[in-house]
Design a protein around this ligand. Structure first.
Ligand code: RB5
Length: 141
């Protein structure tokens, strides 16, 4: 199960991403928001982060206007490694080296075509472990 959430700035892109997840046959849970009415991104960053941190969902996708605010909120939750990505290299490396468990996207930064590539890289790229596990463990400590 994938947790997904956004504020109003990410709402439109979230609809595209949810359609994409469905087309891939991937299950997701939408933690809001549920309209383009102005709202506060920390609410949704926290909800998705808790769903991932407590094991309800394996990974999360967060979207706000820039991806920044909602990632800052998510990274306050212990066990969360949320990476803001707007290029394919970073999305892939966030998994290979950082074992990111949430990707954050900017609905006002990336177009839908690139956003879906970033989501696929995040979902499909494995963690390399090894020396990277030591570093990720240091973050957890
Ligand atoms: C909302 O206008 C905007 O500030 C928010 O979506 C996000 O970009 C914050 O980081």
């Amino acid at each position: 199960m994938i947790a997904i959430g956004s504020d109003h700035g990410g709402y439109a892109l979230k609809q595209e991403i949810m359609r994409h997840l469905s087309s891939r046959g991937l299950a997701y849970q939408d933690y809001g928001c549920y309209s383009e009415e102005s709202c506060d991104y920390p609410v949704y960053g926290k909800a998705v982060a808790h769903a991932v941190a407590d094991g309800t969902c394996e990974k999360g996708i967060l979207i706000c206007g820039t991806g920044i605010g909602i990632s800052l909120a998510a990274n306050k939750i212990h066990g969360i490694r949320c990476a803001v990505c707007s290029d394919c290299f970073s999305a892939e490396m966030s998994r290979r080296h950082n074992n990111a468990n949430i990707i954050a996207l900017g609905g006002r930064v990336v177009g839908p075509g690139l956003a879906l590539m970033l989501v696929d890289l995040f979902l499909d790229t494995p963690f390399e472990g090894g020396r990277h596990q030591r570093r990720v463990s240091m973050i957890e400590e």
